[in-house]
Design a protein around this ligand. Structure first.
Ligand SMILES: Cc1cc2nc3c(=O)[nH]c(=O)nc-3n(C[C@H](O)[C@H](O)[C@H](O)COP(=O)(O)O)c2cc1C
Length: 169
C-alpha cells in the first residue's frame, strides 16, 4: 500500500476521457466497504458519468473545468447525524474515510482523484435531485492524469517531527 500512498497521480490536469462503468463500480464498492462508526454506513454515493450532468456540476463547482472530463462521485450523507463518544459528529468523519478508500482504489486503477469541497451545496443538491435533509460531503473528481509521472507526496508533507510523536505529545 505505502508505495501507492506515497506516489500519487496528479489530478490538477486530467484527460478528456471517460472512466469505464466497471471501474466506477469498483470505486463505489471500495466506498461501500469502508468502516463506519457502529457500522451506520451513513453514505449514499452518486456516480456521475453523463456529460450533461457533468457540465451542470461544473457550474456548481464554480467552473472547475475538470468536472466535465472524467467522472465524478458525490459522497452524500443520508441520515441524521450521530454524536460519537468523543463528542464529534460521525457523518463527516465516516464520509471522509469512505472517500479516502475510493481515492485509493482510483489510484490503483490508474486514475487521478481529488476531493472537491468548493461547490454550491444547494445547486449541486438540485442537480443531483437530493432529497431534503441530505448533503454532499465531497465531490470526488476522477480522471486519467494528463501527465504520466506520479508525484512523490513525501516532498509535500510536513516533517514527521512536527506531526508524529510516540507515547506523548
Ligand atoms: C477535504 C478536502 C477538500 C478539498 N477540497 C478541494 C477543492 O474544493 N478544490 C480543489 O481543487 N482541491 C481540493 N482539495 C485538494 C487539496 O487541496 C489537495 O489534496 C492538497 O492541496 C494536497 O495537494 P495534492 O493532493 O494535489 O498533492 C481538497 C482536499 C481535501 C482532503
Amino acid at each position: 500500500m505505502l508505495p501507492q500512498i506515497q506516489h500519487r497521480n496528479n489530478a490538477s490536469a486530467i484527460q478528456d476521457k471517460d472512466v469505464p462503468k466497471e471501474v466506477l463500480d469498483r470505486l463505489l464498492r471500495a466506498g461501500r466497504l469502508s468502516p463506519s462508526i457502529k457500522n451506520r454506513q451513513p453514505w449514499r454515493f452518486i456516480a456521475i458519468n453523463d456529460i450533461q450532468k457533468k457540465l451542470e456540476l461544473q457550474e456548481a463547482c464554480y467552473g472547475d473545468r475538470r468536472c466535465k472530463k472524467g467522472a465524478l462521485i458525490a459522497a452524500c450523507y443520508a441520515t441524521s447525524d450521530y454524536e460519537m463518544p468523543n463528542g464529534f459528529s460521525a457523518n463527516l468523519f465516516d464520509l471522509g474515510l469512505a472517500s479516502g478508500q475510493i481515492m485509493l482504489q482510483a489510484e490503483k486503477e490508474g486514475l487521478a482523484a481529488e476531493s472537491l469541497t468548493s461547490f454550491s451545496q444547494s445547486q449541486a443538491g438540485r442537480i443531483l435531485t437530493l432529497p431534503h435533509g441530505m448533503y454532499i460531503a465531497a465531490i470526488i473528481l476522477l480522471g486519467y492524469p494528463a501527465e504520466k509521472e506520479k508525484r512523490d507526496m513525501s516532498s509535500k508533507c510536513l516533517p514527521s517531527q512536527r506531526t508524529i510523536n510516540y507515547n506523548s505529545w
